[in-house]
Design a protein around this ligand. Structure first.
Ligand SMILES: Cc1cc2nc3c(=O)[nH]c(=O)nc-3n(C[C@H](O)[C@H](O)[C@H](O)COP(=O)(O)O)c2cc1C
Length: 165
């Protein structure tokens, strides 16, 4: 049987920044990710309970969703293959942070799009937990960038063109 990630693709890859109750931040890659409301803006993603990100969200119900450009693919891969339990991914990858306006987890210094979110729903579905976050503050530096589109495991795709009907 095909994995769900091999049936529903490509998926936008985001970097989710969380922090624990002491304020120590963590960053991880997520492609079970989607927008769910225009106004107010809401976003959703699914997190396995095995992730440090899951533990952090239990402690601090806030996150920053950053949308990385395709040039960052190797850093995205590291964020998606190493756990914050053993590795400080900010130090490892040279990711600089700046204080967010409305939430405890920090922003990355320079990213095309970052959304400060407050978690409003956290619910188990099968082997993942659905996280729904309300966007409290948005930071949009640019919109003309190539996102990282995930297929499954270590396979990614790119946007080859835009269709306007
Ligand atoms: C491109 C990509 C997408 C991923 N998407 C998800 C996802 O949607 N949900 C999830 O739980 N893990 C996902 N992962 C796996 C986590 O990012 C990975 O387990 C990471 O090491 C978790 O870090 P943490 O333990 O610091 O939270 C993805 C990994 C990659 C590389």
């Amino acid at each position: 049987m095909a994995r769900v990630s091999e049936i529903i693709f490509p998926r936008m890859t985001g970097l989710v920044i969380t922090c624990d109750s002491q304020g120590k931040p963590n960053i991880a890659a997520f492609s079970f990710l989607m927008p769910i409301s225009f106004e107010p803006k809401y976003v959703a993603f699914a997190v396995s309970p095995r992730r440090k990100t899951y533990e952090n969200l239990r402690e601090v119900e806030e996150f920053v969703l950053a949308i990385p450009p395709s040039e960052m693919i190797e850093k995205v891969w590291a964020c998606g293959t190493k756990s914050g339990r053993e590795t400080d991914k900010f130090v490892l990858l040279g990711l600089e942070t700046v204080r967010a306006k409305t939430v405890k987890p920090p922003l990355l210094r320079s990213m095309p799009v970052q959304l400060e979110c407050r978690m409003e729903l956290f619910k188990e579905f099968g082997d993942h937990w659905l996280v729904v976050g309300r966007v409290l503050k948005e930071h949009v530096e640019k919109l003309d960038f190539q996102p990282v589109l995930h297929y499954s495991k270590n396979v990614f795709t790119t946007v080859s063109g835009r269709m306007v009907l």
